[in-house]
Design a binder for this molecule. Structure first.
Ligand SMILES: Nc1ncnc2c1ncn2[C@@H]1O[C@H](COP(=O)(O)OP(=O)(O)OP(=O)(O)O)[C@@H](O)[C@H]1O
Ligand SMILES: [Mg+2]
Length: 225
């Protein structure tokens, strides 16, 4: 389970302070597919970074499976990011000089797994996301939809319990986007992987179980009319 308690994130740039998150509290249950929506600049990506341990809040707590992210040591944090969380961020995790299969193998190799074992696992995952035929392609030799599926494959290398996706269909046409969303939902349903996905797209949001609205760094309170 993911739990955010009164989380504040403030970026300082010279004399100015940007309040990206102003006291966000929310919970995402195990196996849930939560969607985060909200205007540009409302703190959506910041929220994913904090859940994934890529950054720390200035105030408040982020708990994942009962573990306080801010109290993990650097080594524990590295392992958490590699093994517990799968990231699907645009321009985030694919290395341009590695082939598709090598990109999926990389986190396993970094975890000191044998090359042959990493290779066969990577092959299996590529098959799963429908990229078996493209395993020797470089990212630049793939279409936008294939790149997103490769990013998902890489995120799945470790069987993460949480998948964090930041606008995974941002640059895709609606048909290709729907394929990527189907894949994410399949991972959610079949593996019980908890998903937190940011999107601007109402249709994409429909793939989730629940939509959380962010506005000005706060979860939007619904007023009764
Ligand atoms: N590293 C940073 N340094 C300074 N300010 C930042 C940094 N990262 C984000 N911000 C600011 O924090 C606020 C929230 O940014 P964030 O990227 O979380 O928004 P977002 O909701 O993901 O927006 P978008 O929909 O455009 O991706 C924005 O005002 C942004 O300019
Ligand atoms: Mg963003």
């Amino acid at each position: 389970m993911i739990q955010l308690i009164n989380v504040h994130k403030i970026y300082r740039q010279g004399a100015t302070e940007i309040i990206a998150l102003a006291g966000v509290s929310l919970e995402v249950g195990k196996g849930e597919f939560a969607v985060i929506m909200g205007p540009s600049g409302s703190g959506k990506s910041t929220l994913l970074h904090l859940i994934g341990g890529l950054d720390q809040p200035n105030r408040g707590d982020v708990l994942v499976d009962g573990r306080l992210i801010s109290q993990l040591s650097d080594d524990q944090l590295t392992l958490f990011r590699r093994a517990t969380v799968g990231f699907v961020f645009q321009f985030f995790n694919l290395l341009p000089t590695l082939s598709a299969v090598e990109n999926v193998m990389l986190p396993l190799i970094l975890d000191a797994q044998a090359r042959s074992q990493a290779y066969s696992r990577a092959e299996r995952i590529l098959e799963r996301v429908g990229l078996a035929e493209r395993k020797n392609h470089l990212p630049e030799e793939l279409s936008g939809g294939e790149i997103q599926r490769l990013a998902i494959a890489r995120a799945l290398a470790f069987n993460p319990s949480i998948l964090l996706a930041d606008e995974p269909t941002g640059n895709l046409d609606s048909k290709t986007g729907a394929q990527v969303l189907e894949l994410i939902r399949e991972v959610n349903r079949q593996q019980g992987c908890t998903v937190v996905m940011v999107t601007h797209d109402k249709e994409a949001a429909g793939f989730g179980d629940r939509v959380i609205q962010l506005k000005d760094g706060m979860t939007k309170k619904r007023r009764r009319s």
